[in-house]
Design a protein around this ligand. Structure first.
Ligand code: FMN
Length: 166
């Protein structure tokens, strides 16, 4: 195992993406990696990590600005280590059924920092999600938790394997 310490950073509004990041962190830990899970806004220097996983939620087609700014702030260092990006969004099973490409701004970030991969996971809006828009989505029957734990864990194991092979 060459990568020993991995940062899992997340940009969230209401916690769903934090839940995905925590699950990735737990799975990496099971695989023998020291995983540190942090809000993207708290990440000021990634040089203490051998690899970085960075995720953000999608709102109106835009990736979390906290995740985006984290990528921009740390771009120079990110370019020199393996980076895996993810998005949390679709409130249906589409992310399980097909590979959903990154939104254009995330695709640009991937190029700028040389990220290895991007994955879209289903999102979550439930009765506990605050906000008028969330409530109106629920009333229209568009809510639910579509984060698919097994898919998240599979991707985290895949990251462990990629890092081990590096
Ligand atoms: C007002 C609103 C707008 C949303 N827009 C999108 C969108 O454009 N694309 C998408 O895939 N998901 C969209 N979602 C779903 C969220 O991305 C999903 O609920 C996500 O898991 C929220 O993560 P967070 O709790 O970490 O902020 C939207 C949700 C809300 C409430």
């Amino acid at each position: 195992m060459t990568a020993k310490r991995v940062l899992v950073a997340y940009g969230t509004k209401h916690g769903a993406t934090a839940g995905i990041a925590e699950r990735i962190g737990r799975t990496l830990t099971e695989d023998g990696i020291e995983a540190v899970v942090l809000p993207a806004g708290d990440v000021h220097d990634v040089r203490g990590y051998d690899a970085v996983v960075l995720g953000g939620s999608l709102y109106a087609g835009h990736w979390s600005s906290k995740a985006k700014h984290c990528a921009e702030r740390n771009a120079d260092s990110l370019r020199h280590r393996p980076v895996f990006l993810f998005s949390s969004g679709p409130l249906d099973r589409s992310a399980e059924e097909r590979n959903i490409p990154p939104v254009p701004a995330v695709a640009r970030q991937m190029q700028l920092i040389g990220a290895r991969e991007h994955k879209t996971f289903g999102g979550s809006v439930t009765a506990r999600t605050p906000g008028l828009l969330a409530r109106s989505m629920l009333r229209q029957g568009k809510g639910g938790d579509y984060r698919a734990p097994e898919r998240i864990e599979d991707w985290a194991h895949h990251i462990s394997a990629e890092l081990a092979a590096a």
